[in-house]
Design a protein around this ligand. Structure first.
Ligand code: SF4
Length: 421
């Protein structure tokens, strides 16, 4: 591989020649050429070896920082969490932004901050209210952890976000990324962040060949990010680098022509932008068939709550479960509802089919309208249940997939179809 930082196409990368070789090659004008070549070789001997580290040399890094910060001052988006220096609000925004796009986060962030403007208010809130504010944002474990972390801080008599990384890092849900992001943006701590955007930019800038989703990648990318970090303006620098990845150095169509780093960028200079970042191809994620039932009884619907731990913890949904092969969806719905709720139900009609993707698997849910025939609710799996009116659906934090079905449910349909015929 050519030296990342000094090599240019067409530039000689030959080692020095011996005096005899030089003399033989340039025999036409031996004296002049030989003297010139000797001077050249002597100069080369004093020159440090090519810089082949993945990190740019110090002089280049200074220029990169300066250009990036100037670009950020000009191009940064006006986002609600950039209008505050409150460490709590910055923390909330960083938690929400993990795995989630900025446009999706903005209304959630604004609603959340309006209801829980400070750490103490969030700590005092009940879990269901917090989940209701997170409903639809996904990755609900983030909300549980954030809530739990504020409670732990309040229990320790702290109403402010800790300004020491090791204290903050020990809280639930605070990993290296959140710790470095909040400490640098809120307190100007000299800590570099590494997220998906940053990895992509660094892979292209420095020609890093380690796959970004390889288990060993994080340490390598963090080391490069640490070297490049602007220690005088770590908060702005980190935000600028993430912004560059979000707006310019995008996954599919990077706008190298407007990039402040284009003259230094390894991938751009060598015309290999599409080859970076490297990624290990993963096996396709499995898809599971699920069924769920809206059980009607006296104009009320049955909803159940998921356990407090695990996937979608504490959220509400219509009772149901995973369908095994060989069983019709209708038969599976009847059997699974009987098993999980203890009720005997009649499956009346198919309402809708919805698809939903999680990180490691996808699901296809067939939703049926059912009628309670007999029995009392005895839960197996869910931890709580309610018989609610259709207009009370909005009062509970629901799983994303079941929330998708709401559009298919009209009060009229529910009232008519659940009647005994
Ligand atoms: Fe990304 Fe292109 Fe900029 Fe390189 S020049 S960092 S590939 S946008």
């Amino acid at each position: 591989m050519p030296d990342r930082w000094t090599w240019r196409p067409g530039q000689s990368d030959q080692c020095g020649l011996s005096g005899i070789g030089i003399a033989a090659r340039y025999s036409a004008n031996v004296g002049i050429v030989f003297a010139a070549r000797v001077r050249y070789e002597l100069r080369r001997m004093k020159t440090p070896p090519p810089h082949d580290s993945p990190c740019p040399p110090a002089k280049t890094a200074v220029a990169l920082r300066r250009r990036l910060l100037a670009w950020y001052a000009d191009r940064r988006r006006d986002l609600p969490w950039r209008r505050t220096s409150d460490p709590y609000r910055i923390w909330v925004s960083e938690v929400m932004l993990q795995q989630t796009q900025v446009a999706t986060v903005i209304p959630y962030y604004e609603r959340f901050i309006a209801s829980f403007p400070d750490l103490a208010t969030l700590a005092r809130a009940d879990r269901q209210t917090v989940l209701k504010h997170w409903e639809g944002l996904g990755y609900y474990r983030r909300a549980h952890h954030l809530h739990q972390a504020t409670r732990e801080l309040m229990a320790a008599g702290k109403e402010r976000v800790p300004d020491r990384r090791e204290v903050f890092r020990s809280l639930p849900g605070v990993g290296d990324y959140i710790a470095n992001a909040v400490m640098s943006i809120a307190y100007e701590a000299p800590l570099a962040v590494v997220d998906g955007n940053v990895k992509r930019v660094l892979a292209r800038l420095c020609g890093l060949t380690t796959a970004v989703n390889h288990p060993a990648a994080h340490r390598e990318y963090q080391a490069v990010a640490d070297t490049l970090l602007d220690r005088r303006h770590p908060g702005n620098y980190n935000q600028a680098l993430m912004e560059l990845g979000a707006l310019v150095c995008t996954p599919r169509h990077p706008e190298c022509g407007t990039c402040p780093w284009q003259t230094a960028c390894f991938a751009h200079r060598n015309g290999v932008v599409a080859d970076y970042p490297r990624r290990i191809r993963k096996a396709p994620i499995p898809e599971h068939a699920m069924v769920a039932g809206i059980v009607g009884h006296r104009n009320r619907l049955l909803i159940v709550q998921r356990p407090a731990e695990g996937l979608l913890a504490g959220l509400w949904e219509f009772p149901g479960g995973r369908r095994e092969g060989g069983q019709s969806a209708k038969a599976a719905c009847r059997a699974i509802l009987n098993q999980t709720t203890g009720l005997s139900v009649s499956v009346q009609r198919h309402i809708t089919r919805v698809n939903h993707a999680y990180t490691h698997f996808k699901i296809v849910v067939d939703l049926f309208l059912c009628r309670k025939d007999k029995g009392r609710v005895r839960l197996q799996g869910p931890t709580a249940f309610r018989w609610i009116r259709p207009d009370e659906l909005q009062d509970f934090p629901f799983t994303g997939v079941h929330k998708k079905t709401f559009a298919k449910l009209s009060p009229d349909m529910l009232r008519l179809r659940t009647r005994r015929t």
